[in-house]
Design a protein around this ligand. Structure first.
Ligand SMILES: *Cc1c(COP(=O)(O)O)cnc(C)c1O
Length: 403
């Protein structure tokens, strides 16, 4: 009897463990998320090829994968781009380089935005090419490599009108002096960054290009040998200016399938890489005059049907889209009603027949046919697609597809 009872208890204990195990497994893996990102790596490949098609064939590509590859997943994105044959990657912090190296990626990595002195040991260890963006940084890297008897490859980042990072034209002679006294520093690239490349008419772009050419001539005439790369173009500079005369380009946004400005759509066809989807949580009827959500920022003018979707500003979906955003359900655009709250938003779905059911899939950004264009949604939210991608990508589960 005792044995049997013990056995029964043992049995149910075992079942409990199985069930617990099931729950734990479910929490660890994305079995049935109500909202998620789909990252289409095939689209990423297609975008890289589309950009290559705009450029002189010998142009080297340095995809920018900073900020978690604009929210698309640093390592996943870099692996695919490495397979496609790129020169290297652009990042902004050693931590990102550490993850790329740990993933087995051995390509050159350019630290785009300068560095702090205490990063230098890691820069050397991870074999990074730092963009040296001030005389102070140049002194720091010269000092460090001299003391350690190391040689190091660097790029010089020149300031040509953006007034952000970079060695200013009047500081170039001083930089050249330091370089002459420190032959362990090998300058292999000269770069600058365009402030307004997404507006092809902006005279600032022409001025920046002219100043870059002038500084390039000055530096090359000083007998610095070994400079192989000249680069200034981000996505705008690639699409509108075909690399702006450089022999290396640094595409970010366009690789991820978004356009730096609406006008860029006339120059190249890109595919969205990031798609935000969710399943309808609940469908509600609101009477005429009924309030919807916080504020209330919306009242139904007549009886209205709403689909509640479990996506909110905590997921990186901008609250600024309250009453302004839209989504696509059954291939049709439906308006966002009322406030975007922390974890929920409401869509007006009265127009859809038969009525929408809980569990139906909603497309909130991207889509295979760009049903919800990032630039359009970003504009409605008063921001840019860069910010949408970065914020969503850091908050939500990413599922990858590669074809
Ligand atoms: C982020 C960044 C880029 C990429 O710009 P996109 O507009 O996203 O193409 C290029 N160069 C530098 C120096 C950057 O910091």
């Amino acid at each position: 009897m005792g044995l049997l009872r013990f056995g029964k208890a043992g049995f149910s204990f075992w079942r409990l463990r199985v069930r617990l195990g099931g729950i734990l497994k479910r929490e660890a893996g994305p079995i049935r998320w109500s909202r998620w990102l789909e990252i289409d790596l095939g689209a990423l490949r297609a975008n890289l090829r589309a950009l290559k098609g705009l450029l002189p064939p010998e142009t080297a590509l340095l995809p920018v994968v900073k900020s978690e590859a604009y929210g698309h997943g640093l390592v996943e994105v870099a692996r695919v781009l490495a397979q496609e044959g790129v020169y290297g990657f652009g990042i902004s912090e050693p931590e990102e380089a550490f993850r790329l190296r740990r993933a087995g990626l051995a390509l050159p990595i350019l630290l785009l935005s300068g560095f702090e002195r205490h990063w230098l040991p890691e820069i050397v260890q991870l074999r990074l090419i730092p963009a040296v963006a001030s005389v102070k940084m140049l002194e720091a890297v010269a000092d460090f490599t001299r003391k350690k008897a190391l040689s190091l490859e660097i790029h010089l980042k020149l300031e040509t009108g953006m007034h952000r990072l970079g060695i200013a034209p009047q500081e170039v002679p001083r930089a050249l002096e330091i370089l002459k006294a420190n032959p362990q520093l090998q300058v292999t690239g000269l770069m600058t960054h365009l402030a307004a490349a997404e507006n092809p008419e902006d005279p600032l772009t022409r001025e920046q290009i002219a100043l870059f050419e002038e500084l390039k001539r000055k530096i090359l005439s000083q007998g610095l040998s070994g400079i192989r790369f000249f680069h200034l173009a981000n996505s705008g500079g690639i699409i509108f200016l075909r690399g702006a005369g450089g022999n290396l380009v640094r595409p970010g946004l366009s690789l991820y399938g978004a356009y730096p400005s609406f006008r860029a759509r006339a120059y190249v066809k890109l595919k969205p890489v990031m798609t935000l989807k969710a399943r309808v949580l609940e469908v509600k009827e609101v009477p005429a005059g009924g309030a919807v959500g916080y504020g209330p920022l919306y009242r139904a003018r007549k009886r209205e049907r709403l689909a509640l979707v479990p996506v909110g500003y905590d997921d990186g979906y901008p609250r600024a889209l309250s009453n302004k955003g839209f989504a696509v359900l059954r291939g049709q655009r439906v308006p966002l009603r009322g406030a975007v709250s922390m974890r929920t938003l409401a869509l007006g779905v009265s127009g859809l027949e038969p009525p929408v059911n809980p569990g139906e899939e909603v497309l909130l950004l991207g889509g295979p046919k760009e049903e919800v264009p990032a630039d359009e949604l970003a504009q409605l939210a008063g921001t840019i697609s860069y910010e949408l991608f970065c914020r969503l990508g850091k908050s939500l589960e990413r599922r990858y597809r590669d074809v």
